[in-house]
Design a protein around this ligand. Structure first.
Ligand code: NAD
Length: 268
């Protein structure tokens, strides 16, 4: 019998006909990943706290794609929504666990509320959604794929984002540990680490950072670009190709990785 691992995979060709759940897929990086996967023939389920935006994003991708409301930080919401998705669509092969939030403050001024909010969505949300998907993959004996959205701030400590940074370092620890646990079942778990990406999250951060550092928003953006060897702000679409690659058979021998896609801001 031919050994499939000796064939050089064609990037993304194997994705056609698969189904992907994209959390936080209503906008920004999640929406760009959903769009790129859809272009490779993947049926998309946008799962987002903002139900109206999720419905619009799914409609933008065309018929056959779906939208569900979810709060990734709440076990009951995750379990209910993942069960409904399984029921309505007959299953899925890919989870893009991308929903995330940020607030900005000096570490000495951080409140419990800011800490808890960032950790509830950014790492508990990864735990709950990854667990739901792995339980489903194990029950159905599927070799599923998970891609978690971590961050540049999960590789190097980001000033004014100590709580966010800590939550994103946690995402990479979780990704590595889970990848080791489920590798024997053929389930792969990786993470993407974007840099300074132009999204609504960045808009909010620029306003906070300008106030906290006594700069204009334009100066903050110039600072981001100056830190980026490739010389511009990152776009959500810059992350999407990496996510497609990690989902596809082209990345079949990669698991437990946190891949930087930052325009060179971080090269470690
Ligand atoms: N923008 C950046 O510079 C940047 C850099 C590195 C990593 N990231 C990460 O990328 C991911 C996407 O960020 P973005 O910039 O596109 O942000 P965004 O704010 O533009 O979009 C985030 C989406 O997540 C949804 N969401 C928020 N809380 C949720 C919850 N509890 N349950 C379900 N959905 C929820 C929002 O409704 C929104 O649609 C996040 O994990 C973020 O931490 C962003």
């Amino acid at each position: 019998m031919a050994d499939a691992s000796q064939k050089v995979p064609t990037l993304g060709a194997d994705l056609k006909g698969q189904t992907a759940i994209v959390t936080g897929g209503a906008t920004g990086i999640g929406k760009a990943i959903a769009t790129a996967l859809a272009a490779h023939g993947v049926r998309i389920v946008i799962a987002d706290l903002d139900q109206a935006a999720a419905r619009k994003a799914a409609a933008d991708l065309g018929s056959g794609n779906a939208a569900f409301g979810i709060d990734v930080s709440q076990r009951a919401s995750v379990e209910k929504t993942f069960a409904e998705i399984e029921q309505a669509l007959g299953g899925y092969e890919i989870l893009i666990a991308n929903a995330g939030v940020s607030t900005m403050n000096r570490a000495v001024d951080l409140t419990d509320e800011e800490w808890d909010f960032n950790f509830a969505v950014n790492i508990k949300g990864i735990f709950l959604t990854n667990q739901a998907a792995v339980r489903y993959f194990e029950r159905t004996k599927k070799k599923g794929v998970i891609v978690n959205t971590a961050s540049l701030a999960g590789k190097v400590g980001a000033p004014l984002l100590a709580h966010y940074s800590a939550s994103k370092f946690a995402v990479l620890g979780w990704t590595q540990a889970l990848a080791r646990e489920v590798a024997a079942q053929g389930i792969r778990v990786n993470a993407v680490c974007p840099g300074f990406v132009k999204t609504s999250m960045q808009e909010r951060e620029v306003a906070w950072e300008a106030r906290l550092r006594g700069l204009t928003p334009e100066q903050v953006i110039r600072d981001y670009v100056n830190q980026t060897p490739l010389g511009r702000l990152e776009k959500p679409e810059d992350v999407a190709g990496l996510a497609v690659f990690l989902c596809s058979d082209a990345a079949r021998f990669m698991t437990g990785q946190g891949i930087n896609v930052t325009g060179g801001v971080y090269m470690g």
